[in-house]
Design a protein around this ligand. Structure first.
Ligand code: DGY
Length: 319
């Protein structure tokens, strides 16, 4: 009998067909209130699940007694409880590597957009307000030659640092669980304490995964240590930041601006004070969202899933 797979976020056609050739597949384009009951029903018989952007609670997984592997189309695994996977001996696969460069591009676009006020000024032009040469009130700040502080220096941090060093002549400071000798050698990156990084950086870029240890780790104290001219960038996970403290820091000009791709609650509620601030560039969690990269992520997630179900070595296991 074929093993059963539940797809909970639409995959490209050829990948769906590849799964259907080998498994009994139940498809959900995405899970919402309208189909949640059917999804939970399908979980009851699933050997493998694949998808993204759905918090997968332990209670939901308790309802999947035959499950062997969950394959997420993301590098982040914060939608799952890793301890639960370990305890149950379940595999959790993810998609590192293939999204590194696209995500670093997004982060750099946030750096440039918030420093040069690209979104605000583009809206100014579209609204028909460009009546004469712009004045000081609309100037931005330089990016080239400034100091970039990376909190977390994994693959994506390294790719951001490369852009900053080679493309923009920036000085790189970083803080990480362990030193990164390659970044030090090749990019002149300097390992400093978190507080020193906050005090010296013109751009503070949060590059950490969301875990119980990092949740809400960045708050009023951290914003208070930053330069008043500094720009805060976050494309990792919103829940690492105390968003109330971030809003206060932006409103009272404790920091100059923020470029954000992620938020405590996503989609960002329309009444969020962040949307009223001209010194905020807000994106809808597009870190890896290019056609090429999302395709590569889906392909890798399918490879991971199939390997797990065939009892072969899974290329990228997070648990
Ligand atoms: C990831 O891959 O973790 C991205 O943030 C998309 O969720």
């Amino acid at each position: 009998m074929k093993q059963r797979v539940v797809v909970y976020k639409k995959l490209p056609e050829h990948l769906t067909e590849q799964l259907q050739a080998e498994f009994d597949v139940t498809l959900f384009d995405r899970v919402n209130d309208g189909n949640r009951a059917a999804f939970l029903e399908a979980l009851k018989h699933a050997h493998g699940i694949i998808g993204a952007s759905l918090p997968m609670t332990n209670a939901m997984l308790d309802g999947a007694p035959e499950l062997k592997i969950a394959s997420t189309v993301s590098v982040g695994v914060d939608n799952f409880d890793l301890e639960y996977f370990k305890k149950r001996g379940l595999m959790l696969a993810h998609t590192p590597g293939v999204l590194t460069e696209a995500t670093a591009d997004t982060i750099f676009s946030l750096i440039l957009a918030s420093a040069r006020r690209v979104v605000e000024l583009a809206e100014f032009v579209k609204a028909g307000n460009w009546k004469g040469s712009i004045g000081e009130a609309q100037y931005g700040v330089n990016v080239h030659g400034k100091t970039l502080g990376l909190i977390g220096m994994g693959r994506i941090g390294g790719a951001v640092a490369r852009r900053a060093h080679h493309g923009f002549g920036m000085k790189i400071l970083y803080n990480n669980t362990r030193p990164n000798p390659e970044a030090e050698r090749e990019l002149g990156a300097t390992f400093v304490s978190k507080d020193e990084l906050l005090a010296q950086s013109d751009f503070v870029c949060l590059m950490l995964p969301l875990t119980p240890e990092t949740e809400k780790m960045f708050g009023a104290r951290e914003f208070g240590l930053m330069k008043r001219s500094a720009i805060f960038i976050n494309a990792s996970r919103g829940r690492i930041v105390d968003e109330v403290a971030l809003i206060a820091a932006l409103q009272d000009k404790t920091i100059y601006a923020a470029g954000l791709d992620v938020f405590e609650v996503e989609p960002l509620p329309a009444d969020s004070p962040l949307l009223k601030l001209s010194n905020v560039v807000a994106l809808p969690h597009i870190g890896s969202a290019t056609h090429e990269t999302r395709m590569a992520m889906a392909e890798l997630a399918v490879v991971n899933l199939i390997a797990g179900l065939r009892g072969e070595k899974v290329p990228h296991l997070a648990a």
